[in-house]
Design a protein around this ligand. Structure first.
Ligand code: DAH
Length: 339
């Protein structure tokens, strides 16, 4: 029996060394120390021993059991420590690695220009109003004194949705809605998208942006128009910018002008951007036609006004020396990133 015990001790200690997982440990414990385990089996066999040997063997068995239990729990915690160390190693973060760059979004150059423009006009006392993109023929043409046979009304130029319904071709429609809803003094700008049946090229797009301006009050003159536009041009293009009025025609203004500013690229000497003229056209303007005022219930004998329509896309391209209007609409991030 003593030899059996010694052999079991040898075998058990050897096996114990080789245990490598919590599962192995548990199986070993059951196999050795469990109810039907090998050591427990030996203990049962003690009944056949002579009475005087029993206490000695019993003590040996108990010692072996205590030894195995101690070794097992040491093994168990060694395995747990190793597993923890391995897990920690796998989860280690290298804080010296370069960080992940998060891209910060920015304003589209059109919106940036629009925000600047709104700031400038707000500082001169203008309100910002909104108008619908789907308009009736009345607001887009008729009330603006555009005659029935005017070429702009042609299907070739205007996107019609129904007989009297169209995509606005100009933000000027907002002038009428404003004058219907407000009493003078009126000082508003209306930015927005406009639509024309144009082929896409470097300077044309079927969708583009305008900012309409309207001032109606007693005693408003063309000098006021020039003063406001000069102030605006200087803030956008720089303090040395000059403004030039050229006679023109729009059905809703009389007199009408086209407005040029000195080329921001060459300062007026003439270059590729201004096609050698030294001037860049940025808007149309004029004194609101008495017929338009009257149509909105404003007495032209008492009140006068001026209006202007700024091409926002052109303002943005000339300001940033962008050669092709399509770049503003394609939204290629490599382009937008530069602003
Ligand atoms: N609506 C004109 C256009 O689309 C621009 C314009 C010209 C607007 C003169 C105005 C104005 O308010 O007075 O070409």
């Amino acid at each position: 029996m003593k030899e059996q015990l010694e052999a079991l001790r040898q075998k058990a200690l050897e096996e114990l060394e080789g245990l490598s997982s919590a599962k192995d440990v548990e199986e070993f414990r059951i196999r050795m120390l469990g109810k039907k385990g090998e050591l427990t089996g030996l203990l049962r066999g003690m009944g056949s021993l002579p009475a005087e040997e029993r206490p000695v063997v019993g003590q040996m068995v108990n010692e072996l059991r205590a030894l195995l239990e101690e070794k097992l729990s040491a093994k168990e915690s060694a395995i747990a420590d190793a597993a923890k160390a391995e897990k920690l190693a796998a989860e280690t973060i290298d804080v010296t690695l370069p960080g992940e760059q998060r891209k910060v979004g920015g304003l589209h150059p059109l919106n940036k220009t629009l925000e600047d423009l709104i700031d400038i006009f707000r500082s001169m006392g203008f309100d910002v109003v909104d108008g619908p993109e789907v308009e009736t023929d009345y607001y887009n043409f008729e009330a603006l004194n555009v005659p029935a046979d005017h070429p702009a009304r042609d299907m070739q130029d205007t996107f019609y949705l129904a007989e009297n319904l169209l995509l606005r071709t100009q933000t000027s429609a907002a002038q009428i809605r404003t004058m219907e809803n407000r009493k003078p003094p009126i000082r508003i700008i209306c930015p927005g998208r406009v639509f024309r049946a144009d082929e896409v090229d470097a300077t044309h797009s079927p969708v583009f942006h305008q900012v309409e301006g309207l001032v109606v009050d007693k005693g408003v003159t063309m000098c006021d128009l020039k003063g406001v536009l000069e102030q605006f041009a200087r803030e956008i293009y720089g303090p040395d910018t000059k403004v030039k009025f050229r006679p023109s025609f729009f059905p809703f203004t009389e007199p009408s002008v086209e407005v040029d500013v000195t080329c921001s690229e060459c300062g007026g000497k003439g270059c590729r951007v201004c096609k050698g003229s030294g001037w860049i056209e940025i808007l149309g303007a004029g004194m609101v036609h008495p017929r338009v005022l009257k149509g909105c219930g404003i007495d032209p004998e008492e009140y006068s006004g001026f209006a202007f329509g700024i091409g926002l896309d052109r303002l943005t391209t000339t300001r940033h020396k962008i050669s092709d209007i399509r770049l503003l609409f394609e939204n290629d991030v490599r382009f937008l990133d530069q602003f």
